[in-house]
Design a protein. Structure first.
Lengths: 488, 194
C-alpha cells in the first residue's frame, strides 16, 4: 500500500484487520449479554429454545457486519473513519490536529496479534466521536503511528537511535499498592453486583448461610465479624497487588529524543506515545498512603492529553526517587521535583486549621449538649488528633516557586500534588478570592493552560504576592498597562 | 445567539517552550495589577435583578398556594417564607448592586503586551487576564433579557477551558466595538505569528 502523497488521487478506503471477523462477534455477544441471557430465560420459560439461537445468530451477524461496514482512509490532509451498520457515520480528523496515538490490546486482541489504535486530537472525545481503529494488525502499528503523527510531529521517517530508558517496572513497586483501596473497591463493586442480581435472597436459606450462622454461634459474633473483616482485608490487599501487577507489570518508559514512549500491562498491553514538544510540565502526585511508603506517581501535563486518569499517566506509584528523576529529565530542570518551595505563610495555615478543626468543634459542641457516653469522647479525641495532623500536613504542603520560567506549586495532604508547569504554556491568569480569603488576605492564583487539567492552582498565596508570582512565570503580566511595581 | 469570529489556531508552537526566557529565582519586583477601568452597562444591575427575580416570581406564588392549601405546620411555612425573603434580598437586591460595584473590564492594545483584563464576581471575586496573542475566539452572547435592554456579553476564549475571559452586560454597541477591536488585533497577531 502506498502512502497518499499527491492530493489529486483520493486515498483508498481500507478495512480493519480481517481477524476482527473473529473478535467482533465475541465482543458483540459480550456487549449484548443481557439480551442473550434475557432470551435464554424467555426461551426456557416459553419452551422456545430457538429464541436463544435467534438472539445469538442476530448478535453474531451484527458483529460480522461491523467489519464489513467499517473502513478508514488516510488522505493527504485528513483521516476518515466510516462506521455504522444502520446509521452510517463518517468521522473526519484533520491530520495536523492529531496530538497523540495510543494503542491498547486486550487479551483476545493480543492472542490474535491485533491492537486497537486510538487517535487523539486533544479535544474531549468520548464514545462515538472517538477516532478508534478497532483493530489493526499489531505489526502495522508502528507504520500507522508514524504516518498518523508525521504531519503534526514531523516524526522522523527513519527510526532514530534507540532511546534512553527512563524507568522500568520493578517488583518492589508492588508494595505501594499494599495499602491501596482499589482492592476494597473491587470487592465492593462485586458485592454490589451480587446484591443487584439477588444473591442475598438466594443466600438467605442456603446451606452456606446456615453454616455461617453456626460458626457465628460457636465463636461469638464479634470474633466472627473480626475474622470476616480480616478475610476481606486480606482479599483486598491481594486484589490490589494483583491488579497493580497486571496493569503495570513490565512497564517501560522510554524517551527517543522528542518522543516519550510508555508501554505497560501484562494481559492488556497499552502503549502510548507522547510528543515531548507538547509537554508543558508534569504533576507529581503523592497520596498519603503512597507517600508514607516513600513513593510517588507521575502524570504528564501535555496539550492534547486529558489531564486526569489513565491517559496522562507516566509512572504508577513507584519509588519517589524514580519519579523525581523522570520529572527532572522531562522538564530539564534538576530541582523540579525536589527544590525548596516558598511557603504561603500563617494566614494560609490558619485557614487549613480552621477547616480541619471545624468538624471536631461542632461535634464537641453537640457533645456538650447531649452528653454522650465517655468512650465517644475517646473517639472524638482520636478524630481531633487526625484532623490536627491533617491540617499540619496541609499547611506544610502549601508552597510555590517560580524559577527559570517554570511554575511549581504544591498543595494537599491526602492527595498531595506538586505541579510543574512551563510558564510558556500558560495562556491566562486568574486571581480568585472568596469572602473569607479576602478577610484573610490570601488569594488563589490559577494558571490556565491548554494542557493537562487546564488549570493549575496556587492555593492561598498571600494576596500581595499573587500577581508577582504570575509575572515571574509569564513576563507579559509585568509588561501590561495595569502592572505597577511596588517597592516594599 | 452566537456570533463567532474564529481565527487561526494559536496553540503554542514547539519553539516557544525552548525560547522561554529564563527568569530569576525569585520575582524581581513586587507586581500588583490595578483594576481595569470600565464598568459594565448602567442597565446591568437592573437586568441582573430581573434575571434573578424570575425564579422567585414562580417560587413565591407556589409558596402562597401551599400556605393557603395546607394550614398546618405554621413554623414550616414561616421558615420557608424567611428563606425565600432572604433569597430575594440576596440575589435580587444585593447581588446586582454588589456585582455592579465589582465588575470592571478593559482591553489594552498597547504594543508591549496587549491583553484583556476583567474583574468580576460578588461574594467570590476574581480578576482574570489573558494576552491577546493567545485569544482563539471572540463570541458575543445576547440572551432574551439582554436583547430587551440592548446588552451583550463578550466571551474571549483561549486554548484553555479555564482561561476564557467573559465581559458581561455591555451595551450592545460597546460589545460590537470590542469584538471588532479584538478581531482586528487578533488578525494582526495572526500575520506575524511564526
Amino acid at each position: 500500500m502506498s502512502l497518499p502523497g499527491g492530493g489529486s488521487h483520493p486515498a483508498p478506503w481500507q478495512r480493519l484487520s480481517p481477524r476482527m471477523l473473529l473478535v467482533h462477534p465475541v465482543h458483540e455477544v459480550l456487549r449484548q449479554l443481557p439480551l442473550v441471557i434475557g432470551s435464554l430465560f424467555l426461551g426456557s420459560a416459553t419452551g422456545n429454545p430457538w429464541l436463544v439461537a435467534l438472539a445469538l445468530a442476530l448478535t453474531i451477524t451484527v458483529g460480522v457486519l461491523r467489519w464489513f461496514v467499517t473502513s478508514y482512509r488516510i488522505a493527504s490532509d485528513e483521516v476518515q473513519l466510516r462506521t455504522g451498520v444502520l446509521q452510517r457515520k463518517v468521522l473526519s480528523l484533520a491530520r495536523n490536529r492529531i496530538r497523540s496515538v495510543s494503542t491498547d490490546a486486550r487479551l483476545l486482541h493480543r492472542m490474535l496479534g491485533l491492537a486497537v489504535l486510538r487517535v487523539s486530537t486533544g479535544q474531549e472525545a468520548r464514545g462515538d466521536s472517538e477516532f478508534t481503529l478497532d483493530a489493526v494488525a499489531a505489526d502495522q502499528v508502528p507504520r500507522l503511528r508514524a504516518v498518523l503523527l508525521a504531519d503534526s510531529l514531523g516524526a522522523p521517517e527513519r527510526p532514530g537511535p534507540p532511546g534512553r530508558v527512563l524507568a522500568r517496572w520493578h517488583p518492589g513497586w508492588l508494595r505501594y499498592s499494599l495499602l491501596s483501596v482499589t482492592g476494597l473497591a473491587m470487592i465492593g463493586a462485586a458485592a454490589g453486583i451480587a446484591y443487584q442480581a439477588g444473591a442475598t435472597a438466594a443466600l438467605r436459606n442456603s446451606p452456606l448461610a446456615q453454616s455461617g450462622v453456626d460458626i457465628a454461634q460457636r465463636f461469638g459474633a464479634a470474633a466472627t465479624a473480626a475474622a470476616a473483616g480480616a478475610v476481606v482485608l486480606a482479599a483486598s490487599v491481594v486484589l490490589s497487588v494483583l491488579r497493580s501487577l497486571v496493569t503495570y507489570g513490565n512497564l517501560l518508559l522510554r524517551r527517543d529524543a522528542e518522543l516519550l514512549h510508555l508501554e505497560h500491562g501484562l494481559l492488556r498491553l497499552r502503549e502510548n506515545t507522547f510528543d515531548m514538544r507538547r509537554l508543558r510540565g508534569g504533576t507529581l502526585r503523592e497520596p498519603l498512603v503512597v507517600r508514607a511508603l516513600g513513593g510517588a506517581r507521575l502524570d504528564a501535563v501535555m496539550t492534547g492529553v486529558t489531564g486526569i486518569g489513565e491517559s496522562s499517566l507516566l509512572l504508577p506509584p513507584c519509588p519517589a526517587g524514580t519519579a523525581h528523576a523522570v520529572l527532572a529529565d522531562l522538564t530539564a530542570k534538576s530541582d523540579a521535583a525536589t527544590g525548596p518551595l516558598r511557603g504561603h505563610g500563617p494566614a494560609a495555615a490558619r485557614r487549613r486549621w480552621t477547616r480541619a478543626l471545624a468538624v471536631p468543634a461542632v461535634l464537641a459542641l453537640v457533645g456538650v449538649i447531649v452528653e454522650p457516653p465517655v468512650w465517644l469522647w475517646a473517639v472524638w479525641s482520636g478524630l481531633t488528633l487526625c484532623c490536627g495532623l491533617l491540617a499540619a500536613d496541609r499547611s506544610r504542603s502549601l508552597g510555590h516557586r517560580v524559577s527559570a520560567g517554570w511554575l511549581i506549586t504544591r498543595s494537599g495532604s491526602l492527595e498531595r500534588r506538586r505541579d510543574c508547569i512551563a510558564g510558556a504554556g500558560i495562556v491566562g491568569w486568574t486571581v480568585r478570592q472568596s469572602w473569607p480569603q479576602r478577610r484573610a488576605g490570601v488569594a488563589t492564583l490559577i494558571a490556565a493552560t491548554a494542557a493537562g487539567v487546564k488549570q493549575y492552582r496556587v492555593v492561598d498565596v498571600p494576596e500581595e504576592l499573587a500577581w508577582s508570582v504570575a509575572a515571574a512565570a509569564s513576563p507579559w503580566v509585568a509588561h501590561n498597562r495595569w502592572a505597577r511595581r511596588s517597592t516594599r | 445567539m452566537f456570533e463567532q469570529t474564529r481565527q487561526a489556531n494559536r496553540e503554542r508552537s514547539p519553539a516557544d517552550l525552548r525560547d522561554a526566557r529564563p527568569m530569576d529565582e525569585s520575582p524581581a519586583a513586587d507586581i500588583t495589577l490595578v483594576d481595569p477601568a470600565y464598568p459594565p452597562s448602567r442597565k446591568a444591575p437592573l437586568v441582573w435583578a430581573i434575571g434573578a427575580a424570575i425564579p422567585f416570581l414562580m417560587l413565591v406564588p407556589a409558596q402562597l398556594a401551599w400556605i393557603s392549601l395546607d394550614r398546618q405546620a405554621g413554623w414550616l411555612h414561616a421558615s420557608a417564607a424567611v428563606l425565600t425573603l432572604l433569597g430575594i434580598v440576596a440575589f435580587v437586591v444585593v447581588a446586582p448592586l454588589w456585582r455592579y460595584r465589582v465588575h470592571r473590564w478593559e482591553i489594552s492594545l498597547a504594543p508591549g503586551a496587549p491583553a484583556v483584563y476583567v474583574r468580576s464576581g460578588w461574594i467570590t471575586q476574581e480578576r482574570r487576564i489573558a494576552p491577546i496573542s493567545r485569544v482563539q475566539t471572540v463570541d458575543t452572547y445576547r440572551g432574551p433579557l439582554d436583547r430587551l435592554f440592548g446588552l451583550a456579553d463578550v466571551t474571549v476564549t483561549t486554548a484553555s477551558s479555564a482561561g476564557a475571559v467573559r465581559i458581561v452586560a455591555l451595551d450592545s454597541e460597546v460589545a460590537d466595538r470590542v469584538v471588532a477591536q479584538l478581531t482586528d488585533i487578533a488578525a494582526i497577531g495572526a500575520e506575524d505569528a511564526t
